[in-house]
Design a protein around this ligand. Structure first.
Ligand code: SF4
Ligand code: SF4
Length: 130
């Protein structure tokens, strides 16, 4: 089993209860399709601007045995005319830098993407470091 956590964005916390993210996580779909074994939820934390809280969250998740952290799709994509599109970005201009910092400081596997991926988008993965 792969234990997976999700980092969501505070800008969407009172509008989306992560329905799509959880559905894809437990079904190994969209951003979670890379896992061949069953995925189990390892927890959720909410990033707050400017994102300084996320490394601390990642360290907690690591201590709880989480294998990978997924950063939600709405941080870098938005819905346009019924389709999710990453051309204009999403809620966060700094999501790549935030993910890179988490990866650098924890060595954990990090994935940019969760539910409803934009067409032609392949989730960017920062692989686990020993
Ligand atoms: S990626 Fe979609 S389902 Fe997940 S938190 Fe953002 S809007 Fe909600
Ligand atoms: S830093 Fe980015 S991901 Fe974090 S709350 Fe702000 S906009 Fe959202």
């Amino acid at each position: 089993m792969t234990k997976i956590a999700i980092i969501r964005c505070e800008k969407n916390e009172d509008r989306c209860p992560l329905t799509g993210c959880f559905t894809c996580l437990v079904g190994n779909k969209q951003g979670f399709a890379r896992y061949e074994d069953a995925s189990v939820p390892g927890g959720v934390f909410t990033c707050r601007c400017p994102g300084d809280n996320v490394v601390g969250f990642a360290k907690i998740l690591k201590s709880k045995g989480v294998d990978a952290i997924h950063f939600v799709t709405c941080t870098f994509a938005a819905k346009k005319e019924g389709k999710w599109d990453d051309a204009q970005g999403g809620f966060c201009e700094d999501i790549d830098a935030i993910i890179e910092k988490v990866h650098r400081e924890t060595g954990m596997s990090c994935v940019k993407g969760s539910a409803h991926l934009p067409e032609n988008y392949t989730p960017r993965v920062w692989e686990k470091q020993a």
